[in-house]
Design a protein around this ligand. Structure first.
Ligand SMILES: Cc1ncc(COP(=O)(O)O)c(C=O)c1O
Length: 301
């Protein structure tokens, strides 16, 4: 069993425990943590038999805990673990729960959708209304295709860019994450390459040997380096894809001059500019990062 009492108490539960009328003794706290760890360990053992890594997405593995963090439920701004302990949720489902868990308006909308019936093979007014709303709010949106994951969205936008330009190669920035597509699963955050000329490095086994040849990796926020790479590879590039705010490496803003260069140079050379707003969407306001930064891409995932 793997327990890190100091880390868990200090980071997660100390304020709540300290606020109680009678503070539990440290022995009691350690016992409660051990019980919680036992519950998580037990679920982890079951999960590892049927889910790769005991999780439904790689990002949910948790080296600090020694097992994934398993949530029993969520309410408002809080998550509760298998032992009923409360945590402030600063992740908010990567943005999908920005208004908190179980918001009455969201619950009512979900209930209304269920009442409509689960007719997934057909569209109705709800899909049209949602698309109209998104087109109103998000500067680059003229039409919308709904997808079920970020990886699927980035897959389609790169395919559209390739179909539109008749070119194949994609330029991405080092440290930006766009899901696990063969074309984009390169040089995620915490890359070890030198900043000047990052080489495409596949982040998973199973990527075709030809795939690195179809990717150009550029350092972020280096306008001169970006233009140099476009001078070298621009004629082959279908698209430049980027997180407009690099949340996957810690919410790094683009330098205004850099972003201007990216927009102007891609437009000048007929390269499709794609913003991946899967994390930045709605965090800065209803018009997303593109509205906040005042730069409109050609396509957006
Ligand atoms: C910026 C960005 N793009 C794409 C993805 C992939 O999304 P998904 O995990 O839904 O496939 C993620 C996932 O965190 C992401 O942060």
């Amino acid at each position: 069993m793997h327990v890190e009492p100091g880390r868990v108490i200090m980071a997660r539960t100390a304020p709540r425990l300290a606020g109680r009328a009678s503070r539990p003794s440290s022995t009691c706290i350690v016992r409660r943590l051990a019980m919680a760890a036992r519950a998580s360990d037990e679920l982890y053992r079951r999960a590892a038999k049927v889910l790769p890594g005991g999780v439904t997405a790689n990002a949910r593995t948790n080296a600090a805990l020694g097992h994934p963090f398993y949530a029993a439920r969520a309410e408002g701004p809080y998550l509760y673990d298998l032992d009923g302990r409360q945590y402030l949720d600063t992740c908010t489902s990567n943005g999908a729960s920005l208004v908190g868990h179980g918001h009455p308006a969201v619950k009512a909308a979900v209930q209304k959708a269920l009442d409509f019936g689960i007719a997934c093979m057909f569209d109705g007014e709800a899909q049209v209304r949602l698309a109209e709303r998104l087109v109103e709010q998000i500067p680059c949106f003229e039409m919308v295709r709904f997808t079920t994951s970020g990886t699927e969205a980035t897959f389609y936008v790169t395919r559209i860019a390739r179909a539109y330009t008749g070119r194949t190669r994609i330029l991405k920035f080092e440290g930006h994450f766009h899901g696990f597509n063969d074309s984009l699963a390169f040089n995620f955050p915490a890359a070890g390459d030198g900043p000047a000329t990052p080489k495409p490095r596949a982040e998973t086994a199973g990527i075709p040997a030809s795939a690195p040849g179809e990717v150009v990796v550029a350092p972020f926020n280096d306008a001169a380096g970006f233009v140099r790479l476009l001078d070298q590879h621009g004629d082959d590039l279908a698209a430049v894809i980027m997180e407009p705010i690099n949340y996957d490496a810690g919410a790094i803003l683009p330098e205004p001059a850099f972003l201007r260069t990216v927009r102007e140079e891609t437009a000048r050379r007929g390269i499709v500019l794609i913003f991946d707003e899967i994390l930045s969407g709605y965090r800065t306001g209803p018009n997303c990062a593109q509205g906040y930064l005042g730069v409109t891409p050609d396509l957006c995932a």
